[in-house]
Design a protein. Sequence first.
Length: 254
Amino acid sequence: MNTEHMIPWLDSTLGQYILNQEQLILDEAVANVFGFHALQLCLPGLDALRANRIPNRIRIGTSKECQLQADPLFLPIASQSVDLVVLPHQLEFSQYPHALLREIDRIVVPEGRIIITGFNPLSLWGVRQFFSWHPKTFPWSGDFISLNRIKDWLSLLGFELNAGRFFAYVPPFRSEQLRQRFRFMELAGDRWWGVGGGVYFLEAIKRVQGVRLITPRWQSSVKEKVLVPAVQSASSQQEMSSKVVQLFPNQKNT
C-alpha cells in the first residue's frame, strides 16, 4: 500500500483530529502488552508503539518514515515470531485485505495480539464517503470495511476478540470551527450512538487449538523438596510406632 498520497490529508486539521484520537487510544492499548517483538504497519504521522515496552519495536511499510521498507503482503519476518502487530487503517486501503490478514496471522505467535483501526462505513464518515465529490482522494478512496466483516475474518483465522470501541463521532467537517460546534457529539457518542463512531478500534488474540501452557520445571523440584521430607517423616513415625507395638505386644491400654 502506497502511503505517500495520505500525507496531505493527514497533515490537515481533519487528519490531525483523527491521528490525535487514535494516538491516545493506541497508547493505552499497547502499554501493557509484553513480549519480544512488536510490529506496526506504518501510517505516516502515527507511532502506535511509542507507549509499548517490548524491546524490539519496528515500523514497516512503503513510506520513507518506516524503519524497514517492504511490501506488507510479503513481510520479511519469520513465521510465528511477533508478539504484537498494529494495523492502523491498513485493511481498507489494501487491494488484498484477506491476504494481508493471512500474512499477519503467519507472523504472529500463538497468544499474540493484533490491533486494527479502520473507518466505520456505518457512520457519518461512511455517509461522507458515499456522497464524496472527490472519491479518488484519501480517505474517501478507501474501501471502508464494516466491523462485523472484520470480526468474521478474524474468527476464520482463529483470533478471539479481546477489546474494541468506537471514536471520532464528530462529522468530518474540514472546518475546525464546525467541528468545535459539534464537539458535544464526541462526548455523547458512546452513550447515545455507540456504533456510530467514525473510526473503530479492535484488539484480538491469536488462539491455537492444542497449545497448552507448560509449567516451569522448578515447580516439580519444589514439590519434591516439600513433599519428600514430609513423606519420609510420616513413614519414620509409623515405623517407630510399629516397633513400640512389637516391643510390648502384651501391654493393654489402661
